[in-house]
Design a protein around this ligand. Structure first.
Ligand SMILES: [Zn+2]
Length: 232
C-alpha cells in the first residue's frame, strides 16, 4: 500500500509537477520548494560576512544597530522578485520558513547575530493581515528562530494606523507618518534583550528605522536587523 501510494504520488507529480517559485522549473525528487539551481545561484549578499554592508549603512547616524543583514539582492524582474511574489501573494507561507532557515544558518555563524534573544517581525496592519491571512515577516522570523535558538516575539510590537496612502507622500512626510505608527505593548519583556527585528524587504529602511526608534527606548535593549532581501 505504501509503495502504491509512492507510485501514485510520483504519477501525480508527473502530471502536476510542483514548480520552483523563483524560476518556474519543475521540482525533481528531493528538491523542497526551491530548486537546487536557485538554491545555489540566487543572488546571496553574504552580508553576514561584511559588517559595514549597505543595509547597515542605511541606519548610520539614525539608529544604533549592532548588525544588519539581508539574505538576497532583490532586482526588478529577477528570481528573488518571483520568489517574494509567491511568498506574499500566492499563499506560499512555507517560503518564509525556508528562507528563514537558510538565513538563520548563515547568521548562526556570526558572533553578533548568534547572541539574539528575541526575534520581532515588523507587524502588518490588521486589515492587511486579515486579507493575507499571515504576516510574511513572522514566517521568516520562525525560520530564523529555529537556527538561532531564539524565540519569536509576535504581537508585542504593534502598528497603530493604516499607511496605505503613504506612497503618495514625499520621503520626509512618509517618515514623519511612520514615526507615529508603531507601539510596544509589553516593553518590560524586552529589557536588556538583544532583539533581531525582521522584515521581508528593506529599501530605504524607514519602516525598520521607525520600529527601531521605539524599541531603542527600552532600557538595555540592543538591536540588530535582518531581512529576506535588499532592494536598491
Ligand atoms: Zn528555481
Amino acid at each position: 500500500m505504501k509503495l502504491l501510494r509512492g507510485y501514485l504520488a510520483d504519477f501525480v507529480s508527473l502530471l502536476f509537477p510542483e514548480l520552483c517559485p523563483a524560476c518556474q522549473a519543475s521540482l525533481v525528487a528531493n528538491e523542497y520548494i526551491i530548486c537546487s539551481d536557485c538554491r545555489y545561484n540566487l543572488p546571496y549578499t553574504n552580508f553576514h560576512l561584511q559588517a559595514d554592508n549597505i543595509v547597515a549603512q542605511q541606519f548610520y547616524g539614525k539608529i544604533k544597530v549592532e548588525a544588519a543583514y539581508a539574505l538576497y539582492y532583490f532586482t526588478k524582474g529577477g528570481k528573488v522578485q518571483n520568489l517574494m511574489h509567491h511568498f506574499k501573494y500566492k499563499g506560499m507561507q512555507r517560503i518564509g520558513n525556508l528562507v528563514g532557515n537558510i538565513a538563520g544558518t548563515q547568521l548562526a555563524e556570526n558572533s553578533i547575530f548568534n547572541t539574539t534573544d528575541l526575534i520581532i517581525p515588523v507587524p502588518l496592519h490588521k486589515k492587511r493581515l486579515q486579507e493575507r491571512g499571515y504576516n510574511q515577516s513572522t514566517c521568516f522570523a520562525e525560520g530564523l528562530a529555529e537556527k538561532l535558538h531564539a524565540a519569536v516575539e509576535d504581537n508585542n510590537l504593534q502598528r497603530k494606523v493604516a499607511t496605505a496612502t503613504q506612497t503618495h507622500k514625499s520621503r520626509f512626510a512618509r517618515f514623519e507618518n511612520m514615526q507615529e505608527v508603531f507601539t510596544i505593548k509589553h516593553p518590560e519583556r524586552l529589557i536588556n534583550k538583544h532583539v533581531l527585528l525582521v522584515d521581508d524587504i528593506v529599501t530605504t529602511g524607514s519602516t525598520l528605522e521607525a520600529c527601531g526608534i521605539e524599541l531603542l527606548k527600552i532600557p538595555g535593549l540592543t538591536l540588530s536587523i535582518a531581512t529576506i532581501a535588499y532592494a536598491q
